[in-house]
Design a protein around this ligand. Structure first.
Ligand code: MN
Ligand code: MG
Length: 657
């Protein structure tokens, strides 16, 4: 095992040179106390790297200390040095998920013999094995196979086949289902032993739905647990001393067929010794998981077996320490620990402090791809025929919100096509994120008509949310909009210059629903308080709500395209929480980029599907950024005029209702 560190076991600690400078390494107790027939094997895991090598946010075109395999690589050296024997594994979602991935897929391409930058970086760090995540399929099978061809580590995936047999053993799998790696390990007395380490990989069977356009007719999938149950005895027969599952699948239900998050029942499969998990972008062991039934979120076990999840984008290493003992030629796990190590620390003021410097060799290995990605994010990938700005997003239908709605609807229509919800009308909900407020008078989206670059997309969609679809009734659509309309103060009909916006209401909860048209009657009280409590059950701010020119009735059924925050109950919107019919693996940002790249020219002109109800003789005031003046004439469905200066650099406008 070439990369093993063989520390001097007579000392409990020793000094080791690292990229970050010399630091004190404490030997793990398993290595310190291992007896002659005992071997400490440390398993290190990265997961959901999503092409993050440099500590850089390509969307905002700024360095970012919390991400990047170059940083994770710096802690690998120290963490290896703490153990007599170690292996480095990756749990998938490698080639997609940031603009570097899009650059390689959409611009540069992968020809035979090309190196994918994430694979290049992983080769530099030195991985033993990896599995394939669901996002590996986003750019098609040809791209995937060419990307992984450069890996100088084993790539395993057992539950995706180009041809299905009668049993998993009869399948023609896309990748090797498993490998048995021959490793030489060192025991507590310093003696070497041959150890056969079995490694098997899994990905969510939902790829057939998520990437149907690439996969239908080309591959088929099997249930994760059923596939494991078939292969693990074969691996044992082939001599595997221990078996590690690389499960690109999260920690979810205890039972179920074709589970997306199957790591809990997977851990129960006889013969599996340790489970590396991922897909959920969480940390395990850790407080984001609950200790219940087979899950121990403090110890980091599933069904009593060690498991770990190393965050995402290189944020952490997941660690499983195994103490192996041999008797009669058989190795077994006699004790184990699970933990994670971060690359940055969150401060009280929510800022982050890097805990390590980047590994220079890893940076150098992908410097060229990084430079090309920077050029890519800064140049046009599409055109917009209308300016994309949010200066009037809270008073009129708005292009910066419209483009998000259009892209979400486009994506959900494709995802639901041919399924049980395909006949339902699709609406799309989106809120403006950058609307001044505490961010100040410049805190607005402002992309002029013409070229759109990738770095503009972060401006259109601030958060790394993922897309969701919910199924709702007409009554829920109306209440969803009533909840949004809490954005506004109640105004007195006939009175002038009343302040429009409720400062306690965040703009990210001002959802506009596209696909229906409606008016907001500001003379009515808000039905909901700013945090979502029902305060005026009989209030009706939303009037003339219609779909295709017909009034929306309570019993009508719709699908709403939205994000994971809203769909899972964020903001306590009526019609969310238990109505999700589709959970997308893709981020709203990725969907917007894909939409722009595929369309070439986008037309985000707002369709003025909502406006304030006329209240003759009534005026309101609202404040926005000074740059809004240039766009004042474009705002449809509202009579607007300048009304002098607002506080703190804002400008004030008057609206005639
Ligand atoms: Mn992922
Ligand atoms: Mg609209």
């Amino acid at each position: 095992m070439t990369r093993l560190t063989r520390p001097d076991l007579t000392r409990r600690t020793f000094l080791s040179g690292t990229a970050a400078g010399a630091s004190l390494i404490a030997l793990h107790p398993y290595s310190a106390r291992a007896a002659g027939n005992q071997v400490h094997l440390r398993l290190m895991e990265t997961t959901d790297l999503h092409v993050h090598v440099f500590p850089y946010d390509y969307y905002s075109d700024k360095p970012r200390d919390t991400v990047g395999l170059a940083r994770t690589a710096s802690i690998v050296a120290d963490i290896r040095a703490e153990a007599a024997n170690s292996m480095l594994l990756d749990n998938g979602d490698l080639i997609q998920g940031n603009p570097m991935g899009d650059y390689v897929a959409y611009e540069r391409g992968m020809k035979d013999g090309d190196m994918h930058p994430i694979v290049q970086a992983m080769n530099t760090v030195g991985f033993d094995a990896a599995t394939i995540g669901n996002h590996e399929f986003n750019y098609g099978l040809d791209f995937l196979m060419k990307s992984m061809a450069g890996a100088r580590f084993s790539v395993v995936l057992s539950n995706v086949a180009t041809e299905l047999g009668a049993t998993p053993q009869g399948d023609t799998t896309l990748f090797k289902p498993y490998v048995i790696l021959d490793r030489t390990v060192t025991d507590g007395s310093g003696a070497s032993h041959a150890l056969k380490v079995g490694i098997i990989g899994f990905t969510p069977p939902q790829i057939m739905n998520w990437d149907r356009r690439h996969l239908e007719g080309n591959v088929q999938v099997r249930d994760i647990v059923a596939t494991a149950s078939a292969y693990v005895p074969e691996m044992k027969e082939a001599g595997a001393d221990i078996i590690i599952a690389l499960s690109h699948s999260g920690i979810g239900p205890a039972t179920g067929d074709m589970l997306e998050n199957a790591s809990v029942p997977l851990a129960a499969v006889d013969g599996i010794d340790a489970v590396m998990t991922g897909h959920q972008h969480l940390v395990f062991p850790g407080p984001k998981h609950q200790t219940a039934g087979p899950v121990d979120a403090e110890k980091g076990t599933l069904h009593g077996k060690p498991a770990a999840m190393g965050g995402f984008w290189g944020s952490h290493l997941g660690l499983i320490d195994l103490m192996l003992e041999s008797s009669g030629g058989q190795w077994r796990v006699v004790s184990h620990e699970s933990s994670t190590r971060p690359i940055s620390r969150r401060n009280e003021d929510r800022s982050y402090t890097a805990l390590v410097e980047s590994d220079a060799a890893v940076l150098a290995a992908v410097q060229k791809d990084h430079d090309e990605t920077l050029a890519y994010i800064r140049r046009a990938v599409g055109k917009t025929s209308a300016p994309l700005h949010s200066y009037f997003a809270l008073v009129a239908d708005d292009p910066s919100v419209q483009i998000v709605s259009i892209a979400q609807k486009w994506y959900i229509a494709e995802m639901l096509a041919g399924g049980e919800y395909a006949s339902l009308p699709i609406l799309s909900a989106a809120a403006p994120f950058k609307t001044g407020g505490r961010g100040g008078p410049e805190y607005f989206t402002d992309v002029p008509a013409g070229d759109v670059a990738i770095k503009n997309v972060a401006d259109l969609y601030l958060y790394p949310n993922t897309v969701r679809a919910v199924k709702v009734t007409g009554a829920q659509v109306k209440d969803w909009l009533e909840r949004s309309a809490g954005m506004f103060n109640q105004v007195e009909a006939g009175a002038t210059d009343q302040i429009l916006l409720n400062p306690d209401f965040p703009s990210y909860n001002f959802d506009v629903i596209d696909g229906v048209s409606y008016e907001i009657d500001l003379s009515q009280p808000s039905k909901f308080a700013p945090k979502g409590e029902l305060i005026n059950p009989d209030a009706n701010r939303i009037v003339n709500l219609s779909f295709n020119g017909q009034p929306v009735t309570d019993a009508m059924e719709f699908v709403i395209a939205t994000n994971n925050y809203r769909a899972s109950g964020g903001g306590s919107f009526p019609g969310t929480g238990d109505t999700i019919i589709f959970e997308a693996p893709d981020t709203n940002r990725d969907v917007i980029v894909r939409y722009i790249v595929e369309q070439g020219t986008i037309n985000p002109s707002a369709d003025a599907n909502w406006h304030f109800k006329a209240l003759p003789g009534t005026t309101v005031l609202f404040d926005t950024g000074p740059a809004a003046k240039a766009y004042m004439g474009d705002v449809e469905g509202v009579k607007i005029e300048e009304a002098g200066e607002g506080p703190e650099g804002f400008v004030r406008f008057r609206i005639e209702l």
